[in-house]
Write a protein that binds this ligand. Sequence first.
Ligand code: SAM
Length: 233
Amino acid sequence: MNKLLWPHLEECSRQSNEQSANDRGSISQAQSDAIEGHVLNILQPSGEDSILDVGCGTGLITLQIAKLAGKVAAVDVVPGQCERTRLRCSTMNNVEVILADAAQLPFPAARFNKVLFYDANIYFSRSELWTILREFHRVLSPGGVVLVGDLCHPWCRYRQLRFYNQAGFGRAVYGAFAKFLKMILRGGEKGWYWPTDFKAMCRSAGFQMKLVPQTEELPFHLWRYDVLLTKMP
Ligand SMILES: C[S@@+](CC[C@H](N)C(=O)[O-])C[C@H]1O[C@@H](n2cnc3c(N)ncnc32)[C@H](O)[C@@H]1O
């Protein structure tokens, strides 16, 4: 992982102790619940499932999955986040929490049938994300699926700034396309992808991609989207 991110990640794990009851900063409890409902709806956890939650954070989604799934492994690169997930899931006997980097998962091949990667892609450049997708491909059984959540859509961001926030044309263009420009100039702005572009990347990592729009209860649904990947043989 990119070592420059380390102070930021540690700060996030410290902050979450003082943040709102749902550990997600400024969003409401209803929006936080909606995120969890949305993920459960797509992943449909069941007793036969062995699910890997990568970048589990404080374990809000991990706990909800664990209530329905057979087994859950939760991974985060920050010790404080692992500790909080352990604590939150302490009453569940089907959860193991492991301190590890998404790019080097400490699991054998084909160990899981579902992977969750929610609201974590923003930390990785395009090439790092590709390495992580290959790791997901390795630890998934044939036909297994990955839910990648909360990708940012440059055009939808522009539309949201321009029409919903009534930002001036210049500001809206700047807000959205400064990101896109960086994408071109620096070879990748973290977390920002056109769906067709992300689809090509997933295909080269061995997945088929289906776009999943976010439901309107979700806090940033106007400019974020999720994707469901299926492992190709
Ligand atoms: C914004 S939180 C999302 C938490 C959770 N998935 C959710 O949606 O509630 C992103 C998490 O990804 C973790 N993370 C960042 N880089 C990582 C890496 N290289 N490997 C594993 N986890 C990482 C961070 O520590 C943080 O806890």
